[in-house]
Design a protein around this ligand. Structure first.
Ligand SMILES: Nc1ncnc2c1ncn2[C@@H]1O[C@H](COP(=O)(O)OP(=O)(O)OP(=O)(O)O)[C@@H](O)[C@H]1O
Length: 340
């Protein structure tokens, strides 16, 4: 379990104080995957580096399994840190040694007996699907393969927590998918808790249970991934959602369509995604639904459907239709400030 309590981190640069992380709280239960998303400069890297004390917080507490890292002796801190692995955007492999040595060297340094090294390296290379690449040098591998070696290196120290600092940002979309699948696999099969930072909403969508949206050092919105995708409150969250689905129509289009009806966003979650709600509405009420945009987003823990529809008809019929849709478990949001 990871807990951050009111963590703040300031830097001094040219006698000016820069607050990179400003009072962040987090609770990540064992076995969960949490993601922090934010634009460049939001404070994500500084925050994740506070979790294993690569950066020492200026204020606040960092607890791992109930132990406050800032109060531990150096030997106790080494012990706790050995259970926290980390992977990076640019892999951080040693270029002059083989894949095998890249994994074996940290193991030797951490005191794993020589007799166990080969078995340990081979075990984790197999988990990441690179058992036949032990004698290659990093320069002989693709970006995705290099990240797999970095993941094997982190896992070989048998951590309970993995920190991922933009691990897929340097990879193409297909390779990103395969690395995310690997992270899901190690979370499920090895029970490893994962905290990741990213600027890509598809990373959050695919593997996270819980999301934090960061801006100017603070968490501006957080919640379960389903809640954030269903009902984003902060404009930054909405902007990130727009990067993966067409959610926005121009104000002028919405305004002109609202003259003859109501432009409404319908959000379906779980069981509601299976209902033919719009077909029923057009049968039961004197309204004609015209679909303007529609998409389905598959999340780690469910499916969210999004339809922006123009409900054409008279005011009372539209009101009845909207009430019916709401009672069917669909979230309703009328666009353009109009209330039918
Ligand atoms: N060592 C440092 N000294 C001074 N300022 C720093 C230092 N590290 C980070 N900062 C500043 O803290 C703020 C947050 O930086 P940080 O790298 O944590 O953001 P980020 O969200 O990870 O951005 P990116 O995605 O571009 O890495 C920025 O204004 C940055 O310039």
């Amino acid at each position: 379990m990871i807990e951050l309590k009111n963590v703040r981190k300031s830097f001094f640069s040219n006698k000016q104080e820069i607050t990179a992380v400003d009072g962040v709280n987090m609770t990540i239960n064992a076995g969960e995957i949490h993601g922090v998303i934010g634009y460049s400069g939001a404070g994500k890297s500084t925050l994740i580096r506070c979790v294993n004390l690569l950066e020492t917080p200026t204020e606040g507490e960092v607890l791992i399994n109930g132990k406050n890292l800032l109060k531990l002796s150096s030997s106790e801190l080494r012990e706790v840190r050995s259970k926290v692995g980390m992977i990076f955007q640019h892999f951080n492999l040693l270029k002059t040694v083989t894949v095998y040595e890249n994994i074996a060297i940290p193991l030797k340094l951490s005191g794993v007996p020589k007799s166990e090294l080969k078995e340990r390296v081979e075990k984790y290379l197999k988990i990441v699907g690179l058992e036949d690449r032990a004698s290659n040098y990093p320069s002989q591998l693709s970006g995705g393969q290099k990240q797999r070696v970095a993941i094997a290196r982190a896992l070989s120290l048998e951590p309970t927590i993995l920190l991922s600092d933009e691990a897929t940002s340097a990879l193409d979309p297909e390779t990103t998918e395969s690395i995310l699948d690997l992270l899901l696999k190690i979370n499920r099969e090895l029970g490893i808790t994962i905290l990741l930072i990213t600027h890509e909403m598809n990373v959050i969508q695919k593997i996270c249970d819980h999301v934090y949206v960061m801006e100017n050092g603070s968490v501006v919105e957080q919640g379960s991934t389903i809640d954030l995708f269903t009902s984003p409150q902060h404009s930054t969250t909405q902007k990130f959602l727009n990067t993966i689905s067409q959610r926005q129509l121009s104000d002028s289009l919405v305004e002109s369509l609202n003259v003859t009806g109501a432009v409404t966003r319908l959000t379906f979650v779980g069981a509601a995604t299976g209902k033919p709600a719009l077909a029923e509405v057009s049968k039961k009420f004197s309204v004609t639904p015209n679909i303007l945009t529609a998409n389905i987003i598959e999340l780690k823990n469910g499916i969210v459907g999004n339809i922006v529809v123009h409900l054409e008809g008279d005011k009372n019929a539209i009101l009845d239709a909207l009430k019916y849709l709401e009672q069917s478990g669909i979230r309703i949001e009328q666009l353009g400030g109009r209330q039918a």
